[in-house]
Design a protein around this ligand. Structure first.
Ligand code: WT7
Length: 605
């Protein structure tokens, strides 16, 4: 049944050669469509060009400055072909890792597809990550090639990406940097390393034969945070992944061939990979890419985009909706949003009141909200309403049910299914084609993190199944935070903080945040008492920014004498969070130093 279903789904794509085995399941490693040959770029482009969709718009792009571009499928096809042959000329080979550090510009999509065309493995690094984070990912993948742009635009400012890249590639495996020049500003190129994107395109061939790739050839590696300090490179296959994102996109959102689809995510995250680039383009959808935040140049810009492009499917995150509700609930009525048919949400639990606002004010009570639960590791949606459900079947705050052939359950500590209505750990009991192939260069860690706690796949989320079988996600069960829909590990932040020379120890305490969902405060034990505490706080914030990026900004820093720890030395982060929320805390007798709690209370006050 499972195999039959996925075989049917795979047949909806164009394969150069069929498979001889649907699934080779060697737990926890799944190989799908073994022996089959396929190419992601061919699937997203050539298929449409061959089917007469040349003139159809693939990408409507706009930025904060109001600059616009319309790119047809044929134009995208041409650009990808040229850039792919340019990359080949530069020496990129099948199986090479190419790092992308790019803003939300069409060249980012072109770069992903060009890599896919020649069988290079792309690894997109979110462009707000720091040079250290970028360097870590270069070192982990041992990439020889990197693609970037001179600037990213953010709230009216030019962010100098080239500067970050210069710092990051120094003393690494990177041999060539391809640079998209967006501005007229002069730029110094590093001789022998930097190559202009435009030069590569100008000197490239018009056509580049798509590589006939093994179904299990990796399409990309994308890093995500975990419980330890070191981010994990999540690897995805080609054939299984494409089949999965194509199928789940249609199950959840329907047939979008004739729709205008806008996903507000960034290609630096899995949402951007699966549901900005691969699934929508495979379907021949017209996508909108807007390079900018909801609050700049004014607080109605997103409504204007929906109105101007007649967006019919709008997929965004609870954090963005909360922000929009706050900044533009009085101006939203001035815009014509009647083109909207379907809304979507991703990244964290959508609070029921936020759901209601989204439903009423954005969707005018006529659009279903497709609340999609999934992760970087799952490749695509796992739990989500299907487009075929009635609006009355949705429950605000619930991602409803598993999609086709996803076998989800909720279990207790011992892996036993819990009763309906009881909280437990979400697990997935059968493989699916979007399941990651593992962690780049670290088999053991993959097996440990996801497969050792229970005998099934363990995503790290708490959930409840209600008496009607609806799933309610309840947040992470591990030491990771979810800030604005982005996962970040507490120890990742703590490890970064102690790189400041005056920080002896640091602990992250999660706090609720009205817009970002979650945020954190940092508790710090100093090596030496500081003369100027405000300055030191600024320095620590800077350290976090340099080590990780702008996501890792604490709401507050507290200097404390010691951290609350169990006798075995584990920092009690949850206790710190409870103290911040002024909750009464229970028995602290198991602490190493029960006095520390009283002292921390004083500091917080
Ligand atoms: C974690 C995955 C999937 C792309 C964005 C984040 C949380 C994600 C939902 C949702 C409740 C959600 C989970 C998950 N999460 N979507 N609709 N309802 N929680 O990808 O960085 O891999 O994070 O985000 O905790 O495990 P990610």
């Amino acid at each position: 049944m499972l195999e039959k279903f996925w075989e049917q789904e795979a047949k909806k794509l164009k394969w150069f050669k069929g498979w001889n085995k649907v699934l080779d399941w060697n737990k926890p490693y799944a190989k799908w469509f073994v022996g089959g040959k396929i190419n992601a770029s061919y699937q997203c482009l050539d298929v449409h060009v061959e089917n007469g969709l040349e003139n159809k718009i693939a990408i409507y792009w706009e930025n904060e400055l109001g600059e616009k571009k319309e790119i047809s499928y044929k134009k995208l096809y041409d650009d990808v072909n040229k850039f792919a042959s340019g990359l080949k000329k530069l020496g990129v080979k099948k199986g090479d890792v190419v790092i992308l550090y790019m803003p939300m510009i069409p060249q980012a999509v072109i770069s992903m597809l060009a890599c896919a065309r020649i069988g290079a493995i792309h690894s997109v690094v979110f462009s707000a990550f720091s040079y250290k984070s970028l360097k870590d990912r270069i070192n982990d993948t041992k990439a020889k090639f990197l693609i970037t742009a001179d600037y990213a635009l953010r709230r009216g400012k030019n962010i100098d990406l080239k500067f970050v890249v210069d710092l990051a590639v120094h003393n690494t495996t990177v041999e060539k940097v391809v640079l998209v020049k967006r501005t007229d500003k002069g730029i110094t190129l590093n001789e022998g390393i930097d190559v202009l994107y435009q030069d590569l395109i100008d000197n490239a061939q018009d056509f580049c034969e798509p590589e006939k790739l093994d179904s299990n050839h990796p399409l990309f590696v994308l890093y995500t945070s975990g419980t330890t300090g070191k981010p994990k490179g999540i690897v995805h296959s080609t054939g299984g992944y494409l089949t999965y994102v194509n199928s789940t996109f249609k199950q959840a959102f329907g047939d979008l061939k004739n729709e205008i689809y806008w996903c507000t995510g960034d290609i630096g995250w899995i949402t951007g990979h699966s549901y900005i680039v691969y699934a929508p383009l495979m379907q021949g959808t017209s996508i909108v890419i807007y390079e900018g935040t909801p609050d700049y140049p004014d607080t109605s810009i997103w409504w204007k985009i929906i109105q101007d492009y007649k967006v019919s499917v709008f997929y965004t995150s609870p954090t963005a909706i909360r922000m929009l509700r706050k900044i533009s609930s009085d101006t939203i009525k001035d815009f014509d949003l009647s083109s909207l048919k379907v809304l979507g949400s991703v990244g964290e639990v959508i609070n029921p009141d936020v759901w209601e606002w989204f439903f009423e004010h954005v969707g005018n009570k006529k659009c279903p909200i497709i609340d999609t639960w999934w992760q970087t590791e799952t490749g695509g949606f796992m739990l989500a309403p299907k487009i075929s459900y009635k609006i009355s079947e949705l429950k605000p705050g619930s991602a409803t049910y598993p999609l086709d052939q996803i076998d989800a359950d909720i279990v207790d500590e011992n892996g036993k299914s819990v009763a309906l209505g009881e909280k437990g750990f979400l697990v997935i009991k059968k493989p699916w084609p979007g399941l990651t192939q593992g962690i780049w260069g670290d088999k053991k860690r993959y097996e440990e993190i996801y497969w050792s706690r229970f005998k099934n796949y363990y995503p790290g989320d708490y959930a409840i199944k209600d008496t009607q079988g609806y799933f309610w996600l309840l947040g992470r069960s591990d030491e990771t935070l979810n800030i604005s829909g982005h996962r970040i590990g507490t120890s990742e932040i703590e490890n970064a903080a102690i790189l400041n020379s005056n920080v002896a120890e640091a602990a992250v305490a999660a706090i609720p945040d009205k817009i970002r969902g979650q945020n954190f405060c940092l508790f710090v034990v100093l090596n030496n008492k500081s003369e100027d505490e405000e300055l030191l706080k600024k320095e620590i914030i800077q350290t976090l920014k340099t080590e990780i990026g702008s996501l890792a900004k604490p709401a507050k820093i507290y200097f404390v004498e010691s951290l609350p720890k169990t006798r075995s030395g584990k920092i009690m982060r949850r206790l710190l969070s409870a103290l911040l929320r002024k909750e009464t805390i229970g028995d602290v007798s198991t602490l190493q130093d029960a006095n520390s709690v009283e002292k921390i209370k004083l500091v917080i006050r």
